[in-house]
Design a binder for this molecule. Structure first.
Ligand code: ADQ
Length: 478
């Protein structure tokens, strides 16, 4: 196997005792890097008024972490600006929230050039390069421009939008073209892959490559030809550390924090929502659906509590601050109008919760309410299922617009824009028979055990290693 270089906006560094940050992706990618040795490159998270100085290096086992600082202007324009105020809203179909500026676009491409310049001296001829997410779409083109012939793969963690949405963005063509410089483009679901191919066809710049075999057998895959290059695109639905998370949840049940919540529930049913505070996660719509649920089922009043855990994220972006105010006011309104002196319908926590406690809380909840308006995958849905007690599992109510809905067939699917339907899904989940809960859970758990984060990482890397074996001979890297 070749040495690997992973590139992502932020790098999950181990702490001073070598302990990895929680979360499946960091653990799985670290495991793959440890095997043959490699480099993880990205932004250090530090910024200052000055132009960035030299890179920082840190080693841990067979892995070298190479980090670059950015200037505050870079962070403003590349990260908070173009990545999070243009690409994120557009790719989540929120044209109304996209704030395009030429200044931010220039910053985005400038930082991608900086990443390419800083990577160049690190790259050896046989290295495989794996780039993650929407912050770094132009990186392969920048590396190719500097003469890099290595295999370069890309994985998009968020959805790829339909053509009419993408085309609303000025410079959409540069973003569309950017992906064609990779050897393998990975998407979360077949919908994202189809949308990407439709964009190429609608733009008249490419499409499926006839007579080119596929490099691997992902759930959906395509050999593509666009902008003079032949490359592969396929779906790799990301998973979690299923078995590990299930063990953690079983242990966490005994934690004081989790027991305290159980006691405070006083026999009431718990419905849980866990998200970063982000408009794509549909938290206001979820609160309205819960309000509707209480209106439709007055006998549930006093007997069910929604625990919504949603720490702030990206507070430097105004839309996120506005959302925080909306969620606070909605939760306050429902509690004020529907609550009783001995019962608060919604417990809203605007803070993160430790992973162990989170696992125990998922296990305690009768219903996992995961209702994003749009989500690349959504790992919370998978964690909720993995955390359940096999003898008495809870029910997952899941938005049909989460990538996770493509694989989790045992979930009760809902349309988060339809509060009435989501309310009925909650009621159905709470009344479901034990037999049906067990059968739905078994189906989802078997899927999650087979498609865990380790298998995601291995199948992506196997496909990347073979991505050129089948490519057309006319391939150009310029
Ligand atoms: P995110 O948008 O961050 O990820 P998600 O997939 O749900 O969304 O992952 C969130 C992770 O953070 C989960 O592991 C969860 O446990 C943790 N988390 C979330 N809220 C938390 C809270 N309140 N307290 C503690 N921990 C919390 C992006 C894409 C997703 C895609 C992932 C991975 O937007 O669609 O699934 O990348 O590819």
């Amino acid at each position: 196997m070749s040495r690997m270089i992973v590139v992502s906006n932020r790098v999950p560094l181990p702490d001073k005792d070598g302990k990895l940050p929680a979360g499946g992706l960091a653990v799985a990618v670290h495991a793959a890097l440890q095997e043959e040795g490699g480099i993880w490159f990205g932004w250090s998270g530090q910024s200052g008024e000055e132009e960035p100085g030299p890179v920082h290096r840190r080693s841990h086992g067979a892995i070298d972490y190479v980090l670059t600082d950015l200037s505050s202007r870079d962070v403003d324009e590349y990260y908070s600006g173009f990545a999070n105020r243009v690409l994120w809203p557009l790719f989540h179909c929120r044209i109304d929230l996209a704030e395009y500026s030429r200044r931010d676009k220039d910053g985005y491409f400038r930082v991608n050039r900086l990443f390419a310049d800083r990577l160049m001296p690190l790259i050896e001829p046989d290295d495989i390069i794996w780039v993650h997410d929407y912050h770094l779409i132009p990186l392969a083109a920048e590396l190719r421009r500097r003469g890099v012939k290595n295999r370069i793969g890309f994985f998009l963690h968020i959805p790829w939008p339909p053509a009419d949405i993408l085309f609303a963005m000025p410079i959409y063509d540069q973003i569309l073209k950017g992906l064609s410089s990779y050897d393998l483009v990975g998407f979360q679901t077949d919908h994202d892959l189809d949308n990407y191919i439709s964009c190429l066809i609608r733009e008249g710049v490419g499409g499926r490559a006839p007579n080119t075999p596929l490099a691997e057998a992902a759930p959906a895959a395509a050999a593509l030809r666009a902008y003079g290059r032949t490359f592969q695109a396929a779906t790799f639905p990301i998973g979690i550390e299923t078995a590990e998370f299930a063990r953690l949840a079983a242990q966490s049940e005994e934690m004081d924090e989790v027991q305290d919540v159980r006691r405070s529930m006083n026999g009431r049913d718990l419905i849980i929502g866990v998200d970063r505070l982000d408009y794509s996660k549909g938290i206001p719509e979820r609160i309205l659906a819960f309000e509707r649920f209480l209106e439709l089922n007055p006998d549930r009043s006093g007997h069910v509590t929604l625990l919504q855990i949603a720490p702030s994220s990206r507070s430097e972006v105004p839309e996120y601050r506005d959302m925080q105010a909306t969620v606070e006011s909605l939760a306050g309104r429902v509690n004020g109008t529907m609550g009783r002196i001995d019962w608060t319908p919604i417990r809203y926590i605007n803070q993160g919760v430790a992973r162990e406690a989170l696992a125990g809380l998922y296990r305690q909840a009768r219903v996992g309410l995961v209702t994003p308006l749009r989500d690349g995958m959504n790992l919370v849905a998978k964690e909720y299922v993995a955390a359940q007690d096999p003898d008495d599992p809870g029910v997952l109510v899941l938005s049909r617009f989460a990538g996770a809905a493509r694989g989790l067939r045992g979930a009760v699917l809902c349309n988060p824009h339809d509060s009435e339907q989501t309310a009925r899904a909650m009621e159905w989940a709470l009344t479901m028979t034990l037999e049906e809960r067990r059968s739905r859970w078994r189906d989802m758990m078997d899927y999650l055990l087979e498609h865990d984060i380790g298998s995601w990482c291995r199948s992506y890397l196997a496909a990347l290693s073979h991505s050129r074996d089948h490519a057309a001979p006319s391939q150009s890297d310029t």
